[in-house]
Ligand binder design. Sequence first.
Ligand SMILES: NC(=O)c1ccc[n+]([C@@H]2O[C@H](COP(=O)([O-])OP(=O)(O)OC[C@H]3O[C@@H](n4cnc5c(N)ncnc54)[C@H](OP(=O)(O)O)[C@@H]3O)[C@@H](O)[C@H]2O)c1
Length: 276
Amino acid sequence: MKIALVTGATAGIGLETARGLAEQGFHVLLHGRTLAKARAAAAEIRGGRVSPLHADLSDLDAVRQLADNVRANHPRLDVLINNAGVWNSRQELTAEGIEKTFVVNHLAPFLLTGLLRDHLLPDGRIICVASDSHKQVKGMAFGNLNLDGNYHGLRSYAQSKLANILFCYEYDRRKEDATTICAVQPGLVQTDIGLKGNTWLHRLAWRVRRRMSGNKTPAEGAATSIFLATADSAPPSGLYWDEKRPKRSYSSSYSEDEARQLWEISERLTSYTYRF
Ligand SMILES: NC(=O)c1ccc[n+]([C@@H]2O[C@H](COP(=O)([O-])OP(=O)(O)OC[C@H]3O[C@@H](n4cnc5c(N)ncnc54)[C@H](OP(=O)(O)O)[C@@H]3O)[C@@H](O)[C@H]2O)c1
């Protein structure tokens, strides 16, 4: 039985990704912020084998514990889906003084992928749920990643999603095994991401935006991740996917200098050094 870890699988796209993989015979390691949430989501999935796991991804020590837990209790991973994500109206900092959206959306998956890399099969698949929102920034604000004095939820979210794609492309350049790494644009999906802890104005804006015609259901939003995880032959690595097809991401994401710089900063901020 293939084993897939799906982060942020207690709601929205992640829950439907977990459900879809369980239906296709995967043993799903279903991650949530708390064990209670992960258990409740696992109970919603009928049939298949689902094991709840938890970690608050804004806490890098909790990310390390999550990786230890996976390594100790599961023999290997076939697929890792870095799906969890947040959109925060207000700037919040972690105990280490790092902006939370950047930690949850980028540093946590950067660290988790590194810690689980040698637990993943040499031809395993890593799927990073990104977003076309990355086009809203021209590059990473390296001098001020926390966006002090310049914070806006859109800017912070867009920067973190650009980081997802820069990470995916740079991982692909560095890797020496047959791992496949893909970034995914799920589409505009009717989830609660814009309602959690945000200002009333941003909640209202998200309620209106997600209702617009043509927007996807969470199950439709999960389709590309499920396709990449389950395709019989390994998809080509280092590409950006939308609607089960590769497409070009925006120009800012192809800067190798930015990707290298982001990698080095991420290693420093997570105290984790990748060795390929
Ligand atoms: N919805 C869209 O239109 C859209 C478009 C493009 C990309 N995406 C991306 O798709 C992914 C899934 O988003 P979604 O729309 O499905 O949102 P969602 O319904 O809010 O689901 C996000 C998941 O991530 C979890 N999560 C958030 N912060 C966490 C933390 N600190 N620790 C642990 N888990 C945490 C959430 O748990 P809690 O419920 O406990 O917070 C939830 O399980 C994200 O990466 C997002 O950026 C979404």
